[in-house]
Ligand binder design. Structure first.
Ligand code: SF4
Length: 392
């Protein structure tokens, strides 16, 4: 395929004009926000190191494993000269609905309502890279990252002027808020860089106050071990008992520190079909989810970010949410799971039944005590039988 004259013209242009042409192409490919930065150490690399040192990353061992690469990208991409950072809005305008006692519902983080964003952003960034090589020449090297790989994404996006890192540790655009996915294209090309924009949080601290688990140890500092997103997605084992009541109805992720942010008011909704909510994921009914076996879970959440939690993690979260809702309607479905092969599920179901505390719930717990052999689950059952159900 021959190179078109207009593309040849772009290739002959200055670093500034080429940067502009790349940004226009990225917009054409559906990225609302685009910016360019040099491949330097991200500005918050030291605070990232301090964050790891404090243990705030919890069980996310991959963060510590890739610390040096994240802090010093030139050490592993020595050929890279510029980073094109892109953002795609995933916001859809559906509110958190009130619960109905007969059919308790939970909350899934907005980003997980649609299809898996990795493939969507990757394919568009691949297309952008293909266009650049086609236009400038096949000698251009490039590498695409979307929320994977050792990249401090928000740092690069901030350097590129897409937004600033807010007190809630998320990247915020003054016009588009924070509901977007980020991606990067590292290039061997020298391009004119954009400038960072100023931080506009000012004296606001709504996100810090709104967090139900007090996960912010201060502005710009998140203890992931208390964050509902971490607890319901990243954490593979049991959720600490003292944090369970604070998780509310969240069954996969949390949006609270974004929902309260003034920059997320009156933002435009995404029209990308893949980011529209799959049926049942906006305010999902919780009781039917308890009946999913492994195969049904995989099939229902194929191509969805939710598959990451696996059935064991997801049902653990659903049980905690039902316990927090005090859902008497869910007791018989929960009680069946006291015989589930997965101890993680049995333990959290026991906790939920203890929180619900009805006669039926307590009878199921007594019965479980007779046949439970796993010492950790048995301890959960005993604890649940001594727990006072919270007054609602
Ligand atoms: Fe910044 Fe306020 Fe938004 Fe938090 S809620 S990120 S402090 S503007």
């Amino acid at each position: 395929m021959g190179v078109k004259q207009e593309d040849r013209d772009i290739a002959m242009q200055t670093a500034e004009q080429l940067a502009q042409a790349i940004k226009e192409k990225a917009h054409e490919l559906g990225f609302e926000l685009v910016g360019i930065s040099p491949v330097s150490d991200p500005p918050h690399e030291q605070s990232f190191a301090d964050w790891l040192q404090e243990g705030y990353s919890g069980e996310m061992a991959h963060m510590a494993r890739t610390e040096q690469a994240r802090r010093h990208p030139d050490t592993w991409l020595p050929w890279a000269r510029s980073v094109v950072s892109v953002a795609m809005n995933y916001y859809t305008p559906f509110p958190h609905e009130p619960h109905q006692a007969s059919a308790p519902t939970g909350w899934i983080s907005r980003y997980a309502w649609g299809e898996d964003y990795h493939t969507i952003l990757e394919s568009r960034l691949d297309a952008l890279f293909g266009w650049i090589r086609h236009t400038v020449g096949d000698e251009v090297q490039g590498k695409v990252y979307v929320d994977a790989g050792p990249v401090l994404e928000k740092g690069f996006a901030g350097l590129a002027g897409i937004g600033w890192i807010g007190k809630n540790t998320l990247l915020i655009s003054p016009k588009h808020g924070s509901y977007f996915f980020l991606g990067e294209l590292f290039l061997s090309l020298e391009l004119l860089s954009d400038s960072p924009i100023r931080n506009r949080c000012g004296s606001c601290d709504l996100c810090l106050k709104a967090c139900p688990t007090d996960a912010f140890v201060g502005p710009y500092r998140l203890d992931a071990r208390r964050c509902i997103s971490y607890l319901t997605i990243e954490l593979k084992g049991g959720i600490p008992t003292q944090l369970r009541p604070l998780i509310g109805d969240h069954v996969f992720g949390c949006d609270i520190c974004q929902e309260v942010c003034p920059y997320n008011v009156n933002i435009e909704a995404s029209t990308v079909p893949a980011f529209q909510p799959r049926e049942g994921l906006h305010g999902p009914e919780l009781i039917p989810l308890l009946a999913l076996d492994d195969e049904q879970f995989r099939s229902q959440f194929k191509g969805s970010p939710i598959k990451r939690s696996k059935r064991r993690g997801f049902l653990r979260n659903v049980a905690v949410a039902l316990g927090n809702l005090g859902s008497a309607e869910s007791v018989s479905a929960l009680a069946k799971l006291l015989s589930d092969p997965e101890p993680l599920i049995r333990g959290h179901v026991a906790w939920a039944l203890g929180q619900i505390g009805t006669t039926e719930a307590r009878a199921a717990l007594h019965e479980a005590l007779d046949h439970e052999t796993d010492p950790d689950v048995k301890a959960e059952v005993e604890q649940a039988l001594t727990a006072d159900a919270p007054s609602r």
